[in-house]
Design a protein around this ligand. Structure first.
Ligand code: HEC
Length: 274
């Protein structure tokens, strides 16, 4: 019996060790990356978390000016920018379709449509109800313009990658580092230790001072990376604040209920001897 359980332990141990070794080799792509992920304090994490409006607005500017030539936001309509808890929510415009920021941003994009009279395909400026348009006619065209790699849709990217906001933030700042000895990069591929295998087919999208921020903030790479990540964290989970508010209210309610139940319990049993 004792021998059997020892054998069992050994087998489980060996399996775990093998798995562990496999995972390490896989994660590092055979190389040892000397990169320490920076864990930022994101205001939207935590029980009563909320998005930082100014950061989201700067983040939208970064997305529009520097990412939207390659990456879509297909789950998002322009009017969502003006939704409650969204980057451009304004109490004066409960209906985001009337929000002047939203209208201006929508009109800044061209949307494929059909002429109602002639039936011809046309392009017109966007309106708040439109969704962010596709950039390429199809995936093949997208790959063709990006050296064979497909720029993924960014609307739910923060939720799609393990590591979430920290992953996207670090991916954007981890460029220009010395690659591990012996690593070969084909043309159009860059070293980035945050990406699995350390290789990415996206050139560094951010460089110092790239953006002229509307609010005058200095555009360091870290600033732009943090801002666009804040915006993308919101687009991946626009109902986060609403959920957290509801969760908090529920907890307060349960707390009050518990106290009341305690007192009524005391009262009901007050004359009973233990
Ligand atoms: C010139 C086109 C181009 C621009 C501009 C660009 N990207 Fe990319 N991006 C790509 C391509 C291509 C990939 C796919 C890379 C790969 O699979 O190796 C990618 C991948 C990504 C990924 C996914 C990485 C992963 O884990 O798979 C993220 C996140 C990302 N880009 C964010 C951004 C952000 C944010 C911006 C703007 C600041 C931006 N990109 C600008 C082309 C671009």
């Amino acid at each position: 019996m004792a021998l059997k359980s020892m054998k069992m332990t050994l087998m489980v141990g060996a399996t775990l060790a093998a798995l562990g070794a496999g995972v390490t080799a896989f994660a590092a792509g055979g190389y040892d990356f000397d990169y320490k992920m920076e864990h930022r304090h994101w205001g939207f994490n935590g029980m009563r978390g909320a998005f930082d409006k100014a950061a989201m607005q700067r983040g939208y500017q970064v997305y529009r000016e520097k990412c939207s030539s390659c990456h879509t936001l297909e789950h998002l309509a322009f009017r969502h920018l003006g939704d409650k808890d969204g980057p451009y929510y304004d109490e004066a415009f409960k209906n985001p379709n009337d929000n002047p920021f939203v209208k201006t941003f929508a009109a800044d994009w061209l949307i494929a449509d059909i002429d109602a009279e002639t039936g011809d395909p046309i392009e017109r400026p966007g309106i708040p109800a439109d969704y962010f348009p596709p950039i390429y006619p199809n995936d093949a065209a997208a790959r063709g313009s990006n050296g064979g790699a497909l720029p993924p849709d960014l609307s739910v990217m923060v939720a799609a990658r393990g590591g979430g906001a920290d992953y996207v933030y670090n991916l954007l700042i981890a460029y220009g580092l010395e690659k591990p000895e012996g690593m070969k990069l084909s043309p159009g591929v860059h070293y980035n230790p945050v990406m699995e295998g350390g290789k990415i087919a996206m050139a560094a999208p951010l460089t110092e001072g790239l953006i002229d921020y509307a609010d005058g903030t200095e555009a360091t790479v870290e600033q732009m990376a943090a801002d666009v990540t804040e915006f993308l964290a919101w687009s991946a989970d626009p109902k986060l604040e609403q959920r957290k508010r509801a969760g908090f209210a529920t907890m307060v309610y349960l707390l009050i209920l518990t106290v009341l139940l305690w007192f009524s319990y005391k009262r009901v049993w007050r004359n009973v001897e233990h």
